[in-house]
Design a protein around this ligand. Structure first.
Ligand SMILES: [Fe+2]
Ligand SMILES: [Fe+2]
Length: 376
């Protein structure tokens, strides 16, 4: 109702700008009070781009939002299964969960810590760069409203993302092992862990009760181990896909310098996921959802655990020779695609309508960005 009234007295304003002002500028204040404090002039204005083109600012803002979301859930992993320390503070570790992760690799906790640290720096750098150019940064703190894990080791703070109801698309596993298909040509790929692609699965112990059955605890750790590369392959695609529409050489440099670190994470995690101990029909005692982790050690060419180097595949034109590349990298609609990917994953279960509207709005602006002809 309030939206409607405000919109009707501010010609040219839209729900999009309404949501933006709130999220970018309101801080701890409520959306409505900040709007009234600012007066009507806040309406109808796009967020500031400063010295950047509107498109470049939108690309970086979407990246910053994605990094804030990454940081939020990596922190949850670090609190329980990583190495809480002064570099990545919060939580005190969950011994049984960490031990279950260690079954995949003795360095899992260190890798979780370092991935979390990287996401913090991505988020901080992108927002600081935006500010240094006079552009508005992204702040999603008002959406820190979700209850996370109450298991031993969790800090118990409110979260922006939800790791306890995930549906995980593991088709990247076969996508990067195919030498004849590329999603940019509309190709689709089978799941590596079909049971993770249906139902809701927790990737962290929700309570201490989740750590009592060793099989279920291992299923939770395995779920996390497949969630890690699923997320990082998304970043691996997002950055090169967005970079194609950057205007300034420096913004291009930022996108093509952060993107490959996502790829380094992806490569490491895809190796670790292959070590997940096979499990058959483990039932979540709370939701009754079943999960099965296949034995990849002796699987066929498309599933075998150690084939983690990307197979070459068709790229740009099927008339050209196959090439070992990141896939997909189609730039059109990439940001909205990432929002859909994360939403379908269940990462935002419990978030408000306003959160989804803001995310869609940031994505829409990033997808509208165009490479401009500028001489600088
Ligand atoms: Fe990142
Ligand atoms: Fe990442």
């Amino acid at each position: 109702m309030k939206n409607h009234v405000l919109r009707s007295i501010t010609p040219g304003s839209s729900r999009r700008s309404f949501l933006k002002r709130g999220a970018f500028a309101a801080g701890a204040a409520t959306l409505s009070s900040s709007l009234f404090e600012r007066g009507m002039t806040a309406f109808g204005h796009e967020e500031k781009s400063g010295k950047l083109t509107k498109g470049d600012a939108a690309l970086l803002r979407f990246a910053a939002a994605a990094e804030i979301l990454e940081t939020d859930f990596w922190v949850q992993y670090n609190e329980l299964g990583g190495v809480p320390d002064s570099e990545v503070p919060g939580g005190t570790g969950n011994v049984p969960y960490t031990a279950a992760l260690t079954k995949l690799d003795s360095d899992m906790a260190t890798y979780i810590h370092d991935n979390t640290d990287d996401e913090f720096t991505h988020q901080n750098f992108l927002n600081a760069y935006l500010v240094s150019k006079g552009a508005d940064p992204v702040d999603l703190e008002k959406f820190r409203t979700l209850k996370g894990s109450s298991a031993t080791g969790s800090s118990g703070i409110l979260r922006i993302t939800n790791l306890m109801e995930l549906t995980i698309d593991t088709s990247w596993w076969t996508r990067y092992r195919s030498d004849s298909k590329n999603p940019d040509f509309g190709d689709t790929f089978p799941q590596a862990v079909p049971t993770l692609a249906v139902g809701k699965h927790t990737a962290i112990p929700r309570t201490d009760a989740d750590t009592s059955d060793p099989d279920f605890l291992q299923a939770i750790a395995n779920t996390a181990a497949f969630h890690f590369p699923t997320i990082e392959q998304g970043g691996t695609t997002l950055y090169p896909a967005m970079a194609q529409r950057a205007t300034s050489a420096e913004v291009l440099r930022i996108l093509i310098s952060i993107g490959p670190t996502e790829t380094m994470h992806f490569q490491t995690w895809s190796d670790k996921a292959g070590n997940a101990p096979p499990l058959t029909k483990v039932i979540d005692p709370v939701t009754k959802v079943s999960v099965t982790f296949p034995d990849f050690s002796n699987a066929g060419e498309d599933l075998k655990a150690n084939l983690i180097m990307p197979e070459p595949c068709p790229f740009i034109s099927k008339d050209l020779p196959i090439c070992s590349v990141i896939r997909p990298t189609e730039t059109k609609g990439i940001a909205m695609g990432v929002v859909k990917f994360l939403t379908d994953m269940g990462l935002f279960k419990g978030q408000s309508k306003e959160f989804f509207a803001l995310l869609a709005d940031l994505a829409e602006d990033a997808d509208e960005a165009r490479r401009e002809n500028v001489h600088d």
